[in-house]
Design a protein around this ligand. Structure first.
Ligand code: ADP
Ligand code: MG
Length: 703
């Protein structure tokens, strides 16, 4: 019955959206090809949007053509010849009285050779490049013209390439569809109630689409290209809204599942808090309350805790874990790298063991007997808390009663992995609560899009007594001064990190570089104990090096970027980062976050090799100016764009057709408001809008 209704709805929508076969030249075969692109109805064609435009509305005099211009020129062939310099080419010189250009063809037929003769008049479109003599058009589009052939009336759209569908064909189909829908507005459903649009963008959907597909010659081409044209913004708004709706709907669906409520009785939480050498910061207390409130509920928690490096996220994770254990449930704690997972294992063990709670360990590199034993213990519920890497996502891992999953540094995990987690809690049809922690501070507006399916808590306060890390940038040529500084710091009882980041795109070479540095430093500093840690060492070796560094036996730790996340040694108060010019801002910030964790004033030296390009210079400057992760993230976003900062998958930026998270950032608050209003008042329109823009490719629908 329900299915029948669904079929009828789809049929009705098809009818409403117009049939493709109404168009001239569309038979079953082409219809099928279009269907592969998600184009099933006339109106769908309109949402296949141009990626750029060409101006063919006027003929440009050759005399005013500049290299790099894409333009239409028209002239008479003066001369044509086939030449054999490195490659055989056909050269045609064309002039229009104001100047001349050469057309150059590397591939040409005999017919072309015969048709392109002196005296023939041609109209060409192409990009002008500096050639051997004057400007050249390489493989231009061209045709013979008579005297009064009209030019194009609108700018020419260029569509994203699609297999087996050429530009001209696509343009023709979309043109036909626009004409048809212009006559019959009912064929294009407009799901957006006008009031949801910001005032400046209130125009009807057809008008906006028509402008993009067929911009009049008077249109501000710059604005169109840049994306600041209102028609384009209007559609960007609609698209961003659709994406946000898809996340909100995914969230709503997720929240329909049940989780085990974890009210807790403080039996473990209280003694834990009492055992801590410090009291929670105000921000930590607030976030703890937010987390505990979620855990009491029947709906699965989906909470992201954002906090700058060193803000104390681990304590929050431990508190949540204790709540789950108080209620008799199991907890999985996951980190993206072996070394970070080990660090968590250390923290959790140190804090939970005195409370009589066993902490298990699961990693990909574990010996298989050990692993089998752990898997069994997890399945039997004998391990209340398990810490591990990606290995915890795997199918063989079955919990007896997973009540809570903690995921650290989530930007390293894909959304899909996060979703895979919820399948692990199937006991009695209950889903696990999820606590996700990230040290990548994301500006608020962007978080609204990237994390619209999550509740967000922010730890916006560092533990007291932390002094900002003083940062300097020094040229490589001053290395000996830096070495002297290391000696001085170690002499004063402090500990030092020396980081050798990726120089070559190779793990092996990176580790080699670290090994070399360690050797050179050990020779230069005979009185200081130097340790080395890198990603290719065995887990137990890494662990023992870290343990010795923590215990103060190693004074200077040479490391690759394996120490980037989470490592915590409060007595380390100096960090040297080599090749700092090659690292991104967030990575530099993460690395630097390893110092400044104790009460001594810390410093960070960014060693670079000049000359610096503009971006590298800007990055080093920002690092010297601020310690604030949010500010750094914002500047990083400006330098690199959101896809790079968060990973395209996280932002959905890869799927955006017309909007751009960076450029259209200012629309996001309005988008968020509009989304809530639509979910409340027009849930059906919201679904339809989401289908239109996000479609079946929606990451949530397909999971
Ligand atoms: P991150 O947020 O980067 O994961 P951690 O949880 O590793 O930070 O905490 C950094 C350090 O600060 C740890 O040594 C931790 O024990 C300590 N810490 C956490 N909360 C407080 C607090 N409220 N007061 C003092 N120190 C704290
Ligand atoms: Mg951490």
């Amino acid at each position: 019955m329900a299915d029948e209704r669904a079929v009828n709805t789809v049929a009705a929508e098809m009818e409403e959206g117009g049939r493709l076969t109404e168009l001239k030249g569309v038979g079953p075969k082409l219809a099928e090809r279009l269907q592969k692109l998600g184009i099933e109805r006339l109106q769908d064609l309109l949402f296949h949007l141009p990626m750029r435009w060409e101006d063919r509305t006027r003929v440009v005099p050759m005399g005013s053509l500049r290299p790099g211009d894409r333009a239409v020129v028209e002239g008479t062939i003066q001369h044509a010849e086939t030449v054999f310099r490195r490659r055989r080419s056909l050269l045609v010189s064309l002039s229009d009285g104001s100047g001349a250009v050469t057309l150059r063809f590397f591939h040409f037929s005999r017919a072309q050779q015969e048709n392109l003769k002196r005296g023939v008049k041609l109209r060409c479109y192409g990009e002008a490049r500096r050639g051997r003599v004057g400007l050249e058009l390489v493989h231009p589009e061209y045709r013979r013209v008579s005297d009064d052939m009209p030019v194009e009336e609108t700018l020419t759209p260029v569509y994203p390439a699609t297999e087996g569908l050429q530009q001209a064909r696509l343009r023709d189909l979309i043109n036909q569809a626009l004409d048809r829908i212009q006559k019959d507005a009912a064929l294009l459903a407009d799901y957006l109630p006008p009031a949801t649009l910001p005032e400046a963008l209130r125009m009807d959907l057809f008008g906006a689409l028509d402008t993009l597909h067929r911009p009049p010659p008077s249109v501000a081409m710059e604005a169109l290209m840049e994306g600041s044209h209102p028609a384009r913004r209007r559609l960007a708004f609609e698209e961003l809204l659709a994406h946000r709706l898809s996340l909100r709907l995914a969230r709503a669906r997720f929240r329909e599942d049940l989780a085990r409520p974890l009210p807790g009785d403080d039996r473990l939480v209280r003694p834990f808090l009492e055992s801590l050498a410090f009291s929670l910061t105000g921000a930590q207390q607030r976030v703890r309350e937010e987390v505990f409130r979620d855990l009491e509920g029947e709906a699965p928690m989906l909470r992201l805790v954002q906090g700058d490096v060193g803000s104390g996220k681990t304590v929050i994770a431990v508190l949540a874990a204790l709540r789950a254990v108080e209620a008799g449930g199991q907890v999985a704690v996951m980190a993206p790298t072996e070394i970070l997972a080990e660090q968590h294992l250390g923290n959790f063990t140190e804090w939970l063991k005195p409370l009589g709670i066993r902490v298990g360990w699961l990693s990909g590199k574990q010996a298989s007997a050990d692993r089998r034993w752990t898997l069994k213990a997890i399945a039997h519920g004998e391990l209340p808390v398990v810490v591990g890497t990606h290995a915890l996502f795997q199918e063989q891992v079955r919990f007896r009663d997973l009540a809570l999953a903690v995921v650290d540094e989530q930007h390293r995990f894909g959304v899909h992995q996060r979703l895979a987690l919820r399948e692990k809690g199937e006991g009695e049809g209950r889903r696990p609560h999820q606590l996700i922690m990230t040290a990548t501070p994301i500006p608020r507006t962007l978080a609204m899009t990237a994390y619209a399916d999550l509740d967000v808590s922010v730890i916006d306060e560092l533990p007291p007594g932390r002094e900002p890390v003083k940062t300097v940038a020094l040229s490589e040529t001053r290395r000996s001064e830096v070495v002297a500084r290391v000696a001085e710091a170690c002499g004063a009882g402090r500990q030092v990190y020396w980081v050798c980041p990726l120089v070559e795109e190779s793990d092996v070479l990176q580790c080699q570089a670290a090994e070399d540095s360690a050797r050179v430093l050990a020779e230069a500093l005979p009185d200081i104990s130097v340790g080395l840690i890198h990603g290719r060492m065995k887990a137990e070796d890494k662990e023992s090096v870290m343990a010795r560094f923590k215990a103060g036996e190693i004074q200077l730790l040479v490391a690759t970027t394996v120490i980037e996340v989470g490592v915590n040694v409060p007595n380390a108060s100096l960090m040297i980062i080599e090749n700092a010019e090659r690292l991104g801002l967030s990575q530099l910030h993460q690395l630097r976050g390893r110092v400044g964790r104790g009460s001594t004033a810390s410093s960070c030296v960014l060693l670079y090799r000049g000359p610096l390009n503009e971006i590298a210079r800007a990055r080093l400057q920002i690092m010297r100016e601020t310690n604030d992760g949010f500010q750094i993230a914002r500047r990083d976003l400006e330098l690199r764009g959101p896809g790079e900062v968060l990973g395209t998958r996280q932002t959905g930026a890869a799927d955006l057709r017309i909007a751009d998270l960076m450029r259209d950032n200012d629309l996001l608050p309005e988008v968020a408001k509009a989304a809530e209003a639509m979910l409340q008042k027009y849930p059906e329109a919201a679904e339809a809008l989401m289908r239109r823009w996000v479609g079946e490719s929606s990451r949530y629908v397909s999971v």
